[in-house]
Design a protein around this ligand. Structure first.
Ligand SMILES: NC(=O)c1ccc[n+]([C@@H]2O[C@H](COP(=O)([O-])OP(=O)(O)OC[C@H]3O[C@@H](n4cnc5c(N)ncnc54)[C@H](OP(=O)(O)O)[C@@H]3O)[C@@H](O)[C@H]2O)c1
Length: 156
């Protein structure tokens, strides 16, 4: 896969998702989201990817009282994490996580974004909020893609 292809996939993914978010008028947000944003009723939050970053972020949301579904392509491996995080945490497949969350955290290696956008972009575009923290890292993704993103105004 070329860097250009990955970046185009990511751009398409972000455009689809941001278009969906922009299309959501405030009036269409679930009442429970509007009612009390801080310290209010619990939200359904899901993570696509539950490694170092997704595991830590999801655990913080559970600590704040929200229901969190952790997912990866191998959900069976996440049982220990969920047992540790507590009863508000659960495990699902990526498709189940996309379905479950009002808010979805995308926390995967940068090179996985194209496939996630292709498979779940339309569904994610209907979410209240999608947070993507993925970025290319030279030691994992190679220096070429990091340079390409930097050269095109992104931040690695
Ligand atoms: N913005 C920031 O400040 C910041 C800080 C730290 C990390 N990050 C970024 O966050 C992302 C995750 O980093 P990490 O350290 O948490 O990585 P990690 O520990 O390697 O975890 C990656 C997770 O993504 C899952 N995954 C991989 N490919 C997938 C796919 N195609 N579909 C669904 N899930 C997939 C993996 O599970 P399976 O292999 O079981 O599917 C794993 O749960 C990276 O892009 C990293 O650069 C950003």
């Amino acid at each position: 896969m070329t860097n250009h292809k990955v970046e185009n996939g990511r751009r398409k993914f972000l455009l689809t998702v941001s278009g969906g978010i922009a299309g959501l008028a405030v009036g269409s947000l679930p009442a429970r989201v509007l009612a009390q944003p801080a310290g209010g009723p619990p939200l359904n939050i899901s993570t696509i990817g539950a490694g170092r970053e997704g595991g830590a972020l999801g655990a913080l949301f559970v600590k704040a009282g929200h229901r969190v579904m952790f997912s990866s392509r191998h959900p069976d491996t996440l049982k220990g994490l969920v047992d540790e995080v507590g009863p508000l945490a659960r495990v699902g497949t990526v498709a189940e996580a996309v379905e479950f969350g009002d808010v979805v955290l995308v926390v995967v290696p940068y090179t996985a974004m194209e496939q996630i956008g292709r498979d779940y972009g339309n569904a994610l575009a209907k979410k209240v909020l999608v947070i993507d923290v993925s970025n290319p890292i030279a030691r994992r993704d190679g220096t070429e893609i990091v340079k390409w993103v930097d050269d095109h105004g992104g931040r690695a």
